[in-house]
Design a protein. Structure first.
Length: 72
């Protein structure tokens, strides 16, 4: 993840990305996506208001667990 912010800001600061830099950006974005696809939802406008919905959706304890086998 090192060097991602300077690379992202290069275009905004008037520079142009080379083909290698574009490939690096894609690689970094894929790494971020694999880390947590749920981060995308937290970046949406108004996502702070939706946090209770996200918590309920992600709460795996709501699902019924299969019964434990009797211990010997």
């Amino acid at each position: 993840m090192r060097g991602l912010m300077p690379l992202l800001m290069k275009n905004r600061n008037g520079g142009r990305w080379t083909g290698d830099e574009k490939a690096e950006l894609l690689r970094q974005m894929r790494i971020l996506w694999r880390l947590s696809p749920y981060l995308l939802f937290l970046l949406l406008p108004g996502s702070a208001l939706l946090l209770p919905l996200y918590a309920g959706w992600l709460d795996r304890r709501r699902k019924a667990r299969p019964p434990r086998p009797p211990s010997a």
